[in-house]
Ligand binder design. Structure first.
Ligand code: PLP
Length: 398
């Protein structure tokens, strides 16, 4: 083991600026390193252990071989992909977008989120985000100089739910934007049509922009349904919808994402995006255009496979004594460790690899209100069935 090197300094001033100093290293880096060091099964970071469709991988290889996207693609994305994204919104949600003025291709959903917040916020603006939140949200809001105002999803009847009164009370004259994520990582909550309708009414009434992160739009299990915010009355032109190929097609390393919205919103976001990456993932853009056009059977089989995996891991967690919050969407399960006599998820996750050879993520790191998530732990089930069966066997050692 080498000692950590001291934080670099220029004179007496820390090099890392105040906006970012609070964030440290993402929990995923720490836990994935722990998984490797201990030879544990990694149910922490949410990446699949099986690649997406072979014909889509082949399409990427073909694009490289035939010189498609090997040089800087157009700033907004290649036309084939922008057209495919617009067709996808029409096919699944009946929403029409102009591929030339209303679609922007980004380096994953991550860049779309960053560019949106950097473009749309002034310092001092408030952003309401549902907590627990995806870890890049807080950092990007901070980089934009804005203030995050969390509204906490709390367990009710076996799922994490939004308190609409709490949401309404969080809006102030400084609120500029609601940053939503449904299906929701890490809780697996899918906001209902009634909840989405109430949020839309609030956004119209208080004249708020809505940025929605819908990367799990195709991972919604039977009994729930994904309602795109942009489909609700008064919302089309105040909503920037963000998604990505990573989760839907199991190619998280390709980093092809997108944002769709009104020409004014998309052009604002493009202003920031052009100075972040400018462009990215050239050949992969052509392959994702083909992926989006895959027949309904692809999407149905993907969902059915994940539903089966959800059952394997849920059963293993329940048998080991965890309280399991059955996810309505995403490929994550949030559990409560309190029934095991545990009181601290961070401590539990740090000890888990040596106790039973598994890695999970403590939800507390996704909260401002650490108390609210203290005993919650997230498990990813986007892994081979046999890996999940083995994880279930290891859980019995606890
Ligand atoms: C994985 C994930 C992202 C990032 O998507 P990329 O396309 O890999 O950048 C964004 N939001 C949520 C909620 C995620 O889980």
């Amino acid at each position: 083991m080498t000692a950590p090197s001291p934080a670099p300094q220029a004179g007496s001033r820390p090099l890392l600026n105040r906006r970012l100093a609070a964030f440290g290293t993402t929990i995923f880096a720490e836990m994935s390193a722990l998984a490797v060091a201990t030879g544990s099964l990694n149910l922490g970071q949410g990446f699949p252990d099986t690649d997406g469709p072979a014909e889509i991988a082949e399409a990427a290889a073909r694009a490289i071989r035939t010189g498609h996207g090997n040089q800087y693609p157009p700033g907004p994305g290649v036309p084939e992909l922008r057209t495919a994204i617009a067709a996808h919104q029409q096919r699944f949600y009946g929403l029409g977008y102009d591929p030339d003025t209303e679609v922007l291709v980004t380096a994953g959903a991550t860049e779309a989120i960053a560019a949106a917040l950097l473009a749309l916020l002034e310092p001092g603006d408030e952003v309401i985000a549902l907590e627990p939140y995806y870890d890049s949200y807080a950092a990007c809001i901070a980089m934009a100089g804005a203030t995050r105002v969390p509204v906490t999803l709390r367990p009710r009847d076996g799922a994490f739910r939004l308190d609409l009164d709490e949401l309404r009370a969080a809006v102030t004259p400084r609120t500029r934007l609601l940053l939503l994520n449904t299906p929701h990582n890490p809780t697996g909550t899918v906001l209902t049509a009634a909840e989405m309708g109430a949020i839309a009414e609030l956004a119209v009434e208080r004249d708020l922009l809505v940025v929605t992160d819908e990367v799990y739009e195709h991972l919604v299990f039977a009994g729930a349904a994904h309602v795109p915010m942009a489909s609700l009355p008064g919302m089309r032109d105040r909503t920037l919808t963000i998604s990505s190929a990573g989760k839907t097609f199991s190619f998280t390393g390709w980093k092809v994402g997108w944002a769709v919205g009104s020409p004014a919103l998309v052009s604002a976001v493009r202003s920031a995006k052009q100075f972040l990456t400018y462009v990215s993932s050239g050949p992969f853009q052509y392959a994702v255009a083909e992926a989006l056009a895959l027949p309904d059977a692809y999407y149905a089989d993907f969902l059915a496979g994940m539903a089966r995996k959800r059952e394997i891991l849920s059963a293993g967690l329940a048998a080991a004594g965890f309280e399991v919050y059955a996810p309505a969407g995403t490929y994550f399960i949030t559990t409560d460790i309190a029934p095991l006599g545990e009181t601290d998820g961070i401590d539990f996750c740090r000890r888990l690899p040596e106790r039973c050879g598994l890695v999970a993520i403590p939800n507390a790191v996704f909260y401002d209100d650490k108390e609210a998530g203290r005993t919650h732990v997230r498990w990813a089930f986007c892994k081979k069935d046999e890996v999940l069966e083995e994880a279930a066997a290891r859980l019995r050692r606890l």
